[in-house]
Design a binder for this molecule. Structure first.
Ligand code: PMP
Length: 395
């Protein structure tokens, strides 16, 4: 190894470890369900994005197996060469119909989707108004576009309006976009979309909502934009197929002309192999299930409300979440990690989230209850929280 690389790695890894910011990865020995097995031990799982429990659903498994039998395991090429199977188009039609948009385009991941979609439309002559707590993939997608990035204070509509006015009146930019998460995954709060859309209309901003954590969760499953009844007012509705949908992939839903443009210009669509047949078939089945019934969605909210009530009654600071996401805010990074470790030892897998994922001093253990959790599992988790919380002087 080059000496410069060796010392770079040594210094930086050491630094993360001494500051308590080094993230250990625990490999699972089981599916990512409501309980998981790690190191031979069964734990209540409060860390997955498998909100509806679909990652292990038999109907999705069957769809995936059938697709493998019919189409094989790989798509064999990028979408624009000959990696587009009929299945891909069917998935995109299913997404568009569920989202009530004219069309949709699927990508290999939600991360990839943000890399693809922002830079397909925005360039160095443009500006993007981006909420300061937007997801890393939005930040990277914005950077890739080379547009001027204007950070907006989190969900601060006065700041957004002032910056939208300044950017559009400056004459410096051809186009201005406002971009936000639909649901902010570290706190579970929801973007103020009605106000954002109003400001966008006033200043002719392009609107872009990444609903990775809102799809399947809000709007009876159809997402944050539907929750607010704003389907005709948002240009880009982004989602992932990897969280509530339980599989892998990402998508943009919007007007046909926009999707046509993304299909000829967005680089991961043009230059990266298409989603596998199994992924596509399973994701399509999941969306059909959501469109047929709100049962899983309703169960998710029941689990979320039950856990929140239990933890707040114990005296934990669970922030201001408006969704089933339930952070337990501890503050100090090292204490947060120690708390998560003790929960783990007692039988709850709830991951600590610390800087740089969240701002310094706001370390939290984040709980993601799902439709697959039973009341019995949640009661057990709450009892463990109580024990560890008292032991560490947090409650
Ligand atoms: N956007 C947001 C808001 C996310 O939270 C995530 C996942 N953490 C992504 C995009 C990336 O999605 P994926 O995991 O499908 O790549």
């Amino acid at each position: 190894m080059a000496k410069v690389l060796d010392s770079f790695l040594q210094d930086n890894l050491e630094d993360l470890k001494t500051r308590g910011l080094y993230n250990e990865i625990d490999p699972l020995e089981s599916p990512n369900g409501p309980t998981i097995k790690i190191g031979g031990k069964e734990l209540i799982n409060l860390s997955s994005n498998n909100y509806l429990g679909l990652a292990t659903d038999d109907r999705l498994k069957k769809a995936a197996i059938d697709a493998v039998n019919t189409y094989g395991v790989g798509a064999g090429a990028v979408r624009t060469i000959n990696g587009t199977m009929k299945l891909h188009l069917e998935l995109e039609e299913t997404i568009a119909s569920f989202k009530k948009t004219e069309a949709a385009i699927a990508y290999q991941s939600g991360f990839n989707c943000n890399m693809a979609a922002i830079s397909a439309v925005m360039n160095k002559n443009d500006a993007i108004l981006s909420d300061e707590l937007n997801h890393a993939s939005i930040i990277d997608g914005c950077r890739l576009s080379k547009a001027k990035i204007i950070r907006v204070k989190h969900s601060d509509m006065d700041d957004l309006r002032a910056k939208a006015k300044e950017a559009t009146e400056s004459g410096l930019y051809n186009k201005v976009m406002v971009i936000t998460d639909g649901v902010f995954s570290m706190d579970g709060d929801v973007a103020k979309l009605p106000e954002i859309v109003e400001i966008a209309e006033e200043f002719d901003l392009i609107t872009y909502v990444d609903d990775a954590h809102g799809s399947g969760v809000l709007g009876k499953g159809a997402g944050t934009v539907k929750h607010f009844g704003l389907q005709d007012k948002v240009d880009f509705q982004i989602g992932t197929l990897s969280k509530a949908i339980g599989v892998i992939g990402g998508y943009v839903a919007g007007k046909k002309q926009l999707i046509d443009w993304l299909k000829v210009s967005s680089r991961p669509f043009l230059f990266s192999t298409a989603l596998t047949p199994a992924d596509v078939a399973a994701a399509k089945r999941a969306i059909e299930i959501l469109a047929e019934s709100t049962e899983l969605h309703d169960k998710l909210w029941e689990s979320g409300n039950y856990l929140k009530k239990g933890l707040s009654e114990l005296g934990f600071d669970i922030g201001e979440s408006e969704t089933p996401i339930t952070p337990v805010i501890i503050g100090d990074e090292v204490k947060t990690q120690a708390f998560s470790k003790r929960l783990n030892e007692e039988g709850v897998y709830a991951k600590s989230i610390v800087f740089p994922t969240v701002p310094k001093g706001t370390g939290r253990v984040r709980n993601m209850p799902t439709a697959a959790h039973t009341e019995e599992m949640l009661d057990k988790a709450i009892a463990i929280y109580e024990k560890v919380g008292k032991e560490m002087g947090i409650i």
